[in-house]
Design a protein around this ligand. Structure first.
Ligand SMILES: *Cc1c(COP(=O)(O)O)cnc(C)c1O
Length: 426
């Protein structure tokens, strides 16, 4: 079984994390800030959600101010925006780029708009320049959510936004099992944010240690033999492993969200974070990317892939559109592939405008989230596994009819028969 996701951290990193928990070095956030390469001010904190919450405290915007957001995000981000009395105004994504068009962003601006928050989704990278032009023109702040698109130090190559947020949470690339870095253009704002953070209690080393142990166990489980044994055991117990997996990688429980995010990172986490970002493995990322491109080559003729026309993509996750997502996921399991739907992503609820106009449609975002199956992809998978995955997918996934087609396709180019050995019931 190839599990849906393998935590992106090595055993040596985990061992070093245990070491740092037992013998914490005296470090503070400046140690991480100093090794961050970006032309703006680095601000290190417990998570992207913590950082955004601190940023909104520092900005202290009038209640009812509007934040224009990419229509897909994680639930926590919406809770934080709401906590500060702000209104998230979603702008629909384009299927091919996973970005809202600059025109749509501009047309969503009202007198109340103060912030624009654009997310680079699923490993894609969006050119921020057109949005920056708009926000500068209107005197608003532009924030980038780079939680799903860390590909090594940004090096100041494209620092056009006012704030860029990078996450090193458990399911993210180069994870430190927590921690985040925000790049903030305004020095004064950064100082204010530092002051707010300094008043926070510090995360307990024990809490971080527990995380290290938990994700170490999950990483062990994600190898093929352990996961097969684990699923078999659960099956005997009558438990669905999918639910367990989902619960286990949830970040902060929602009821305690603000208690949990309003903490400073502990020294052990900071040491691990520093290690992760300074020894980023570009070869691993390259391999991940190549596997993604291979899978694209197999599937793009037959299926529509969200983000297929993005400026760049390293395939943090690999969504494919199908007409029967649930059935596809179920059937892929029999071939030894653990696919998933939507993960923790949510649609941003649409809001009626003050003028009482009809709400802005986010139908493309609906389409992406409702119809996509996320295929497993990570550097540990072989090219052969990717080839098998593509074949299995073509066997089980029904391709949605494209509106321009009046005739169903006569030949199914990728409907090869699957070799017997591939059908592995786990
Ligand atoms: C994971 C994620 C976050 C949250 O990151 P944390 O560091 O866990 O708070 C925010 N936005 C997106 C798009 C994410 O994928």
């Amino acid at each position: 079984m190839w599990v849906r996701k393998r935590i992106d951290i090595g055993w040596a990193d985990l061992a070093s994390a245990v070491g740092h928990c037992l013998f914490p070095k005296r470090v503070d956030t400046t140690a991480v800030n100093q090794c961050w390469r970006d032309s703006r001010h680095a601000f290190t904190c417990l998570s992207v959600r913590s950082g955004l919450d601190i940023l909104l405290q520092a900005l202290d915007l009038p209640r009812g101010s509007e934040v224009i957001v990419s229509a897909m995000t994680i639930d926590g981000i919406l809770k934080i925006i709401a906590k500060h009395g702000l209104v998230a105004v979603p702008v629909d994504l384009q299927f091919e780029t996973l970005a809202p068009t600059p025109e749509d962003v501009e047309s969503a601006i009202t007198d109340q708009t103060r912030l624009v928050l654009i997310a680079h989704l699923f490993g894609t990278q969006i050119d921020m320049q057109p949005y920056a032009r708009i926000t500068q023109q209107h005197g608003m702040l532009l924030i980038e959510d780079c939680a799903q698109s860390f590909r090594g130090m940004p090096q100041g190559k494209s620092d056009v936004s006012d704030v860029a947020m990078y996450s090193f949470g458990p399911i993210k690339t180069a994870t430190a099992l927590g921690g985040a870095v925000l790049c903030v253009a305004d020095g004064k704002l950064t100082k204010k944010m530092e002051q707010i953070q300094q008043a926070y209690p510090t995360q307990s080393t024990l809490a971080y240690f527990k995380r290290v142990v938990k994700y170490g166990f999950l990483k062990f489980l994600s190898y093929r033999i352990p996961i097969t044994a684990f699923i078999a055991t659960l099956r005997i117990l009558g438990v669905d492993y999918s639910e367990i997996l989902k619960k286990s990688v949830k970040g902060f429980p929602t009821d305690k969200l603000f208690l949990r995010i309003r903490q400073q990172p502990c020294q052990a986490l900071l040491s691990v974070l520093q290690r992760r970002i300074t020894s980023f493995d570009e070869r691993r990322l390259k391999r991940h990317c190549e596997l993604g491109e291979l899978l694209c080559d197999h599937l793009s003729q037959q299926y529509d892939l969200p983000g297929s026309a993005a400026t760049s993509n390293y395939f943090w996750v690999f969504p494919v559109e199908t007409d029967n997502p649930l059935e596809t996921i179920q059937n892929l399991r029999a071939y030894g592939f653990d696919a998933d739907q939507r993960g923790s992503m949510v649609k941003v609820p649409t809001v009626p405008t003050v003028q009482g106009e009809a709400v802005r449609s986010i139908s493309t975002t609906d389409r992406i989230l409702d119809n996509s199956v996320f295929l497993p992809i990570y550097p540990a998978m072989s090219q052969q596994a990717i080839n098998q995955l593509a074949k299995a997918f073509c066997q089980v996934a029904v391709r949605p009819r494209r509106p321009e087609e009046d005739q169903p396709p006569l030949v199914d180019a990728c409907a090869h028969s699957v070799p017997e050995t591939l059908v592995r019931d786990i």
